[in-house]
Design a binder for this molecule. Structure first.
Ligand SMILES: *Cc1c(COP(=O)(O)O)cnc(C)c1O
Length: 230
């Protein structure tokens, strides 16, 4: 299967899941998680009409930017972002999906202010309260959004989450529903219902994420094939 064929199949599955949930398929964006795939693979995904590409590793992203891997599609940063690498990301991506601490929020604000730009971000929710994972605990999301609203060089566009990897399908679905409820609440209380992005769902669970209300799914291996870690 080619990347274009994989994207077409995933789009069809996304549309079916959306219709099942009484939703308009057009309101759901497909982000290609392109880590460990080369510039040629990224270009193939762009040519096949991917809505955005998402990278996890700053160094890999910087290299692939130099190779013009993402030309023609918005680029998102979706991985864990260390504060000392914020400078390499702010202003270079359309959306930082993975803002999971106030310290990171402040660093992004600082760099964006120095560059005279406003950086779009998502707040990451650690819905499974996993010690090893970054992200705001559910009860910290609203205060984090309030903190972001006080800063003038970051703009919150929504929420992102990755449920615990070992969750069974029903538990995984409940995690999605919990984040969706948080999103609706925050959107109504703080953002005049103007938020658009609820980023959840990956290769194994994007259809369930859409059934639970995702407006953005991040799909890697189902588009690009299995990743080979050394
Ligand atoms: C790699 C990655 C994905 C995609 O994972 P797949 O299971 O390959 O679809 C989605 N989100 C994030 C944050 C990732 O790092």
């Amino acid at each position: 299967m080619t990347i274009a064929e994989n994207i077409a199949r995933i789009r069809a599955n996304m549309a079916a899941a959306a219709r099942e949930a009484g939703r308009d398929p057009k309101e759901i964006l497909l982000v290609g998680a392109s880590k460990m795939n080369d510039a040629a693979a990224c270009r193939e995904a762009v040519a096949a009409g991917i809505d955005a590409l998402g990278e996890n590793r700053v160094q890999e992203m910087v290299q692939k930017l130099e190779q013009h891997a993402y030309d023609g599609a918005p680029l998102h940063f979706i991985g864990h972002l260390q504060r000392n690498k914020v400078k390499q990301v702010v202003g270079h991506v359309a959306l930082i999906q993975s803002v999971g601490s106030l310290e990171l929020l402040d660093e992004i604000e600082k760099v964006a202010a120095a560059r005279g730009l406003v950086q779009d971000i998502l707040l990451e929710v650690n819905i499974g309260r996993e010690a090893a994972k970054s992200g705001f605990a559910p009860e910290k999301v609203l205060p984090a959004a309030e903190a972001a609203l006080e800063r003038t060089h970051v703009r919150v566009r929504g929420l992102m989450t990755i449920p615990p990897a070992d969750a069974q399908r029903d538990a995984n679905f409940r995690y999605f529903q919990e984040v969706q409820a948080l999103y609706v609440d925050m959107n109504q209380k703080l953002f005049h219902n103007e938020l658009e992005y609820l980023s959840m769902g990956m290769s194994g669970d994007y259809e369930d994420a859409i059934r639970a209300g995702a407006t953005m799914v991040r799909v890697g291996s189902a588009i690009f094939g299995a990743r080979h870690y050394n």
